[in-house]
Design a protein around this ligand. Sequence first.
Ligand code: ADP
Ligand code: TRP
Length: 336
Amino acid sequence: MSKKRVLTGVTTTGIPHLGNYVGAIRPAVRAAQADGTESFLFLADYHGIIKCHDPEMIHTSTQAVAATWLACGLDPERTTFYRQSDIPEIMELNWILGCITAKGLMNRAHAYKAAVQENLDKGQEDQDHGIEMGLYSYPILMSADILMFKANEVPVGRDQIQHVEMARDIAGRFNHRFKEVFTLPEVKIDENIELLVGLDGRKMSKSYGNTIPLFETEKKLQKSVNKIITNLKEPGEPKGTDESPLFEIYKAFATADETAAFAQALSDGLAWGEAKKLLSAKINAELSDKRERYNELTANPAQIEDILQAGAAKARKEARVLLDEVRDAVGIRALR
Ligand code: ADP
Ligand code: TRP
């Protein structure tokens, strides 16, 4: 029986933080080790340039995100790990899919609709003011990413469900009109995903500037942890687990027993300062080896590049076969 194909992409617009690790990286690396699956993971840099127009950030982020995945245990022998922009076949497929995608479908995309709504709210006469084609056709490129490798399952965050459904729609339309070339992908949402809170108690997110970066030095980590908000309760006063985001972060890095012991210690009056030291130690215990590996990798970007190039070579072999089939199906073929 053929293996189940799992595919997902990560946009290269920032530096990974603890929330990305707990919610996306750690579970994905574990899932990629499962028998019976074949995984494809890529850096979505062409998606990155839609949202981020800072070339240095795109570049730095590409390196940081790639090094993070490798440091966290992604095995490039088992997972096909590549950079989207190294697979030119994806862009060719992107065009062909664009030629069968209804404009109305794109009008319904959440990200585009949100941008239009923002214009309307501001009283802009032109509802498309400042909206670029990249944002508008984002779901077509994402469909090309997914359909190119016949992905069966696409694990993503909730905000991306609609995009995977659009990929399914577009695949169905192509298969119906031309030939059964594409596999219909299914979206996979992990119901038990831990949503990590940030320094200020809201969801930890690049957009809120409330993150703890994953691989900063031990000293900086302690400094970030010290910024987590608490209340004014003194040492010795009983504290509840809901009185500071630090408990939830601790829980994401500890076993059930350790978490229960930590809750008990808080209730017995553990000082916030001590609690923060325990939290830093806990995070460190899980991340210090990975941090070392991350630092080695980022000190040697050529090594990361080699890994990505090997992944791209593997991916392109497959991409070529599918693209030839697609081109043939639409009538683009040699005259011999
Ligand atoms: P951000 O909100 O920092 O911009 P992204 O939207 O780039 O993060 O998310 C990348 C991945 O990390 C997604 O799979 C998302 O579900 C996960 N993720 C982001 N923030 C958190 C969080 N606070 N807790 C758990 N998972 C998160
Ligand atoms: N759009 C996704 C995000 O912002 C990233 C992405 C690009 C992706 N192409 C993909 C995810 C294909 C899954 C499959 O998170």
